[in-house]
Design a binder for this molecule. Structure first.
Ligand code: WTA
Length: 658
């Protein structure tokens, strides 16, 4: 048998097991070794969260743990004052661990920078002073559009230090998306970069931003990190170079005591409509939830562990589990700038070996990509330092789970499959690695203090092993507090369906006979491409804004690599079919409007779209067609012939370059 066949046999063997156990060694050293913590939290969730909040540094104590008088506008630790940058930096320096490495940064071209807690604090203080000197104060929104470089962490913490909510836009989104998000959030400053690197190429960023940023009168400052040396214009009065401004700034900036409910950040995420949701998180509750979950789900021993999360800071995973969770706990992290296959397919594993990574957190789509590349790039490196693995972003298929377990973890490392959302702020459903057994494909159970249930359309809890809608039934500290300036939408999107305190998640799920949750996928018009959330309507409106397009309907089609892929049914003006050039021009157009990640993988020309008599597009049927399934009920269609025409029209799979 070849090596590949042998691996296949081993994986098949593993797939026969329903349960996996952490090793005795792991359990012996684990922070949590049994379920008593769940029982303790269940007896009195409020007292339990209060105890976790007390692990942070507060300038003033809270007067009330949970304020639910105005539900669903919940408030946590009201009356308390704290500062997250103080909790992530000053208190560690004061405790004598300022020399501990906060970040091992590794650049795409092999450069590295080691940044201690004391150094990070020094940069954050200066950056905070730069913002202050530009008139940015508590409550003023600051946009951040940066690649994975240490400055993104400095920028976020500097905002937190002065109480300016940050609004980070993922570096893969287009300048147009940045414009839209800066406009929605009324940002007064933007922190960006001259250029970004991707797989050996350099792309201009600042000059792209300039192209679209005119007209935002409230945007008074653009602070530009010098990274690639790409030329750009600097507009007097408005633009500053990061290095010059920080060097000239006052070195000391005290952390502002902020109310527990002071807004910490806004992060735009896709919802069911074309307009992204400005998900707002606040200070005290968010850090309580994130700091507790980071420490206990990853069983962190800050003196010895080295943690590597492959997400981008531009997503919630980056906010909660690259920046705030690890730094609040004094952890040492690896931060990597580049793509997983640049300069080679083993770069992540090379970094694990070089820095002695012990805890590794990635997404199922990345694991499936690694499976495609085969085990060699992994096995070329010594991964014996790894002791715990994590997964996030979408359901992990059992085959990918056992591959991760065997090839990356050497059959030695527990895997925590963490279910949560931008809205939940913190992990919600997972196993605690030293206390619970694992089932590949199931995220596990709600964390201590949290409650989840699977319900039917009427909100009644369904029987075990039955699919239904996932709900969370008790407020938790890391929960979102609002949609930025859209209180009605906050209520209608999450709370109206079943009534507070039942939070409508938007995922389908079932709970098995052991109480473990299996998350199936979204029930709304959100598509999950490689763990990135996009809304069908957002992509549709980008396509429809192309001059040749009359109408478009977008669906998420199952995809072996990316979980879901974007498939667009497009009607061109004049009802004609497009050619290859039109396909490219449409894909470019979407990249321009939203970002490369939103480009449809597949475009199908449609003379007409299947609509009900009231004119609603039946996406369910489009999904059936795209995935080659037998069509469901088509009797409600205005014109059933449309389906036959569509079946004939499936033309082409476009390939994604990145
Ligand atoms: C999906 C990412 C199954 C889910 C942190 C959720 C998951 C959406 C998992 C949120 C998981 C995330 N198992 N599904 N472990 N983690 N999801 O806001 O559909 O980018 O609603 O937050 O991703 O995506 P978001």
């Amino acid at each position: 048998m070849t090596h590949a066949d042998l691996l296949e046999v081993e994986l098949e063997e593993l797939l026969r097991n329903e349960w996996f156990d952490p090793s005795e060694d792991f359990v012996r050293d684990a922070l949590i070794q049994d379920l008593s913590v769940h029982a303790e939290a269940e007896r009195d969730p409020i007292a339990w969260w209060e105890k976790q909040a007390a692990a942070l540094d507060w300038f003033e104590p809270w007067t009330q743990v949970l304020g639910d008088e105005n539900a669903p506008f919940y408030r946590w630790f009201e009356g308390g004052k704290l500062n997250l940058s103080h909790n992530c930096l000053d208190r560690h320096v004061a405790a004598g661990i300022g020399d501990r490495v906060a970040l091992h940064w590794h650049g795409e071209e092999g450069e590295s920078r080691t940044i201690t807690y004391a150094q990070l604090l020094a940069d954050v203080e200066r950056c905070a002073n730069v913002l202050k000197a530009r008139g940015v104060g508590p409550g003023d929104v600051v946009g951040i559009y940066l690649p994975m470089i240490p400055e993104v962490v400095v920028a976020m913490l500097a905002c937190a230090r002065i109480g300016a909510p940050h609004n980070v836009v993922f570096g893969g989104f287009s300048a147009e998306s940045v414009h839209e998000r800066m406009a929605f959030s009324n940002a007064s400053a933007l922190i960006t970069v001259d250029g970004a690197r991707r797989k050996g190429r350099t792309a201009a960023v600042k000059s792209e931003v300039d192209r679209v940023m005119d007209g935002l009168t409230h945007l008074e400052t653009i602070l530009v990190v010098r990274h690639t040396g790409t030329a750009c214009e600097m507009r007097a009065e408005r633009d500053l170079w990061w290095d010059e401004a920080l060097a000239a700034a006052e070195p000391h900036c005290p952390a502002e005591p902020l109310d527990s409910e002071h807004p910490l950040f806004i992060l735009y995420s896709s919802g069911s409509t074309a307009k992204p949701k400005g998900i707002e998180h606040t200070t005290g509750g968010y850090l309580t939830g994130v700091a507790w979950s980071f420490k206990h789900v990853f069983d962190l021993k800050p003196q010895t562990d080295v943690y590597f999360c492959t997400a981008d800071v531009g997503w919630i995973t980056g906010h909660s589990y690259i920046v705030y969770g690890p730094l609040a706990n004094g952890a040492t992290s690896v931060m990597y700038e580049g793509a997983p296959d640049y300069p080679h397919q083993g770069i992540w594993w090379e970094l694990c070996e070089r820095y002695g990574v012990t805890i590794f957190y990635t997404a199922p789509t990345a694991i499936r990509t690694c499976m495609k590349w085969g085990p060699e790039p992994v096995r070329a490196h010594d991964l014996s330092s790894l002791r715990l693995l994590g997964s996030v972003g979408e359901p992990i298929n059992p085959k990918a789970w056992v591959w991760y377990w065997l090839v990356v973890g050497g059959g030695r490392c527990p895997i925590v499959d963490t279910w949560w959302q931008t809205e939940t702020g913190q992990m919600v459903i997972t196993t605690l690695p030293g206390a619970q057994r694992m089932k590949p494909g199931s995220a596990g159970t709600p964390l201590p203090g949290m409650r989840a249930a699977v319900v039917d359309e009427a909100g009644r809890e369904v029987q075990r092993d039955t699919q239904g809608l996932l709900t969370l039934n008790r407020p938790w500290p890391g929960m979102l507090r609002a949609l930025y300036r859209e209180p009605d939408r906050y209520v209608s999107a999450y709370w109206e369906r079943f009534g507070a305190p039942t939070y409508f998640v938007g995922d389908a799920s079932r709970q098995d006979h052991d109480g473990y949750f299996w998350v199936i996928g979204r029930v709304d018009d959100v598509i999950n491409v490689s763990g990135h959330r996009l809304s069908t309507t957002e992509v549709e409106s980008a396509i429809v804004s192309h001059p040749k397009v009359a109408e478009a309907a977008v669906i998420g089609q199952s995809d072996e690599d990316t979980g879901q892929a974007i498939c667009a049914f497009v009607t061109l003006r004049g009802g004609i079919d497009g050619d290859d050039a039109t396909i490219e021009s449409l894909r470019d157009h979407v990249a321009q409007r939203i970002g490369k990640l939103a480009r449809p993988k597949r475009i199908i020309w449609a003379g007409d779209l299947p609509k009900t008599r009231s004119g609603k597009i039946m996406r369910r049927l489009l999904k059936d067609i795209a995935e080659g399934r037998e069509l469901g009920d088509i009797t409600t269609l205005r014109d059933p012939d449309v389906m036959a025409q569509l079946s004939a029209a499936i033309v082409r799979h476009g390939a994604d370059e990145d």
